[in-house]
Design a protein around this ligand. Structure first.
Ligand code: FAD
Length: 465
């Protein structure tokens, strides 16, 4: 690649992977451009993912609390009503504030936003709708998109992906959610809180595969108590659509029982695939892995010199914070530094009510890897702050190495767990033992005291249980 290229780095895609890579590279003195085909910056995460879903989750949780929980706290509100248009307007304004924030950051860091769709005609070149720029390095951060089921056509009104489910103008009568992963349970929860009957169909025998089994079984019970119907170990045989309704024909995995669900909205949340089409990768010979993701080495280099890839388009969990870490790391590699990402310490969070959060290994993986461990558990029902909030469902579970007491995994289900998990990630990042956490003074009364108590529990020393 020529040394007199127009740019040091052209990043393709302005999601949390791409825009972060661009900013870090600019901080390190590179001349950077970022190509984005969407009208706004921020990628899936800011436009149709993390941020809008959390705006609706928060707002719908407040609506439900005003209807159901306030009363138990002695707060009486009459005639709680939903103004869905205003709730959607709140969501839109949150998106706008965030995407314009990224535009400001690109300007501040003197990064050129090349508007349009990028292809790579040759290493060292990026074409934006036919206009070619030259660059020393290219980072592909094109992210991922929803997949559907065979023979299921998405119209984003009646049969929707997460994108349509974030923008419904009316609360569905009955929403059938196909797929009980993170996106399915989050968006199913939103519409259930706002008044829809919700049925989640999941092929696996439990929700949230990948999370600790005890947490996921507990969560399923809580969702059912909230009134969400679960069809676990069921698969969709067929989806038939007429003008106002869809029929979802499901059967149990054993195959001896079939039933038909009628739904005015069907949310298909069965997974996401990397976006590699249309970049011209086949022409330049960039190799994909068996799952269609761009194959990279530990420095995010593809098999073609000067071309790198990060975020949802490569292997690893499809999470915004994972993409961001990789964005920083790839820029630092390009600058000759030696960054490091510990993939064992990427937290996973589900923003339902109660929230779920995890980091490190589950009990199932420890067993599979024949690692001996002890368990420390503490229920929020024994935590003073949780009682004060009247949110006592769930628990903290810490898995520690049996011999050394080093923390191997932390699993939370309960109020504000999305925030609390940071303590566990930090402790594990420093290689802490459960005792290190237990010896740390935690403010009283806080939910995080439950983490301290569970840490004590790994040595059977909990005080409040
Ligand atoms: P993306 O954010 O997908 O960005 C890629 C960008 O590249 C897009 O803007 C796209 O338009 C652009 N692009 C693609 N091809 C081209 C091209 N040829 N030319 C120019 N531009 C192109 N993750 C979390 O960590 N926490 C959450 O709470 C969370 N909630 C989610 C909720 C939903 C409903 C969804 C769908 C996802 C959620 N995620 C969440 C996942 C998160 O959004 C992704 O992991 C993250 O956005 C990946 O970042 P990325 O930069 O790799 O790609």
């Amino acid at each position: 690649v020529s040394n007199d290229a127009e740019y040091d780095l052209v990043v393709i895609g302005a999601g949390p992977g791409g825009y972060v890579a661009a900013i870090r590279a600019a901080q390190l003195g590179m001349k950077v451009a970022c190509v984005e085909k969407r009208k706004t910056l921020g990628g899936t995460c800011l436009n149709v993912g993390c941020i809008p879903s959390k705006a609706l989750l928060y707002a719908s949780e407040q609506y439900e609390a005003a209807q159901k929980r306030f009363k138990s706290l002695g707060v009486l509100v009459k005639d709680v009503q939903l103004d869905l248009a205003a709730m959607q307007a709140h969501k839109d304004s949150v998106i706008n504030a965030n995407v314009s924030g990224i535009e400001f950051l690109l300007k501040k860091n003197k990064i050129t936003w090349l508007k349009g769709t990028a292809t790579i005609p040759a290493p060292g070149q990026v074409s934006i709708d036919g206009e070619v720029v030259t660059t020393r390095s290219i980072v592909i951060a094109t992210g991922s998109e929803s997949v559907s089921l065979p023979n299921v056509e998405i119209d984003e009104k009646q049969v929707v992906t997460s994108t349509g489910a974030l923008s419904l103008e009316k609360v569905p009568e009955h929403m059938v959610v196909i797929g009980g992963g993170v996106i399915g349970v989050e968006l199913g929860s939103v519409w259930h809180r706002l008044g829809a009957k919700v049925t989640i169909v999941e092929y696996f025998d439990r929700l949230l595969p990948g999370f600790d089994k005890e947490v996921s079984l507990n969560f399923a019970k809580i969702l059912e108590k909230q009134g969400i119907q679960l069809k676990l170990a069921h698969k969709v045989e067929k989806l038939e659509k007429n003008s106002s309704e869809s029929q979802v024909i499901i059967s149990n995995v054993a195959g001896d029982h079939t039933e038909t669900l009628y739904a005015d909205v069907v949310l298909v949340s069965v997974g996401r695939r990397p976006v590699t089409q249309g970049l011209g990768l086949e022409n330049i010979g960039v190799v994909l892995d068996e799952k269609g993701r761009i194959k990279t080495n530990e420095q995010f280099q593809t098999n073609i010199s000067g071309i790198y890839a990060i975020g949802d388009v490569i292997a690893g969990p499809m999470l915004a914070h994972k993409a961001e870490e990789e964005g920083v790391a790839v820029a630092e590699y390009l600058a000759g530094q030696k960054p490091h990402i510990d993939y064992g310490l990427i937290p996973g969070v589900v923003y339902t009510e109660p929230e779920i959060a995890m980091v490190g290994k589950t009990e199932e993986t420890l067993k599979a890897e024949s690692i001996e461990y002890t368990v420390g558990k503490f229920p929020f029902s024994a935590n003073g702050r949780a009682r004060a909030m009247n949110q006592t469902e769930g628990f903290v579970k810490i898995l520690a190495d049996k011999r050394t007491n080093k923390v191997l995994g932390v699993h939370l289900i309960g109020p504000h767990c999305s925030e609390m998990i940071a303590e566990a990630v930090l402790a594990m990042n420093f290689g802490a033992s459960a005792e290190d956490i237990a010896l740390t003074c935690h403010a009283h009364p806080t939910l995080t005291e439950s983490i301290k108590e569970a840490a004590l529990g790994t040595q059977k020393r909990s005080i409040h249980m």
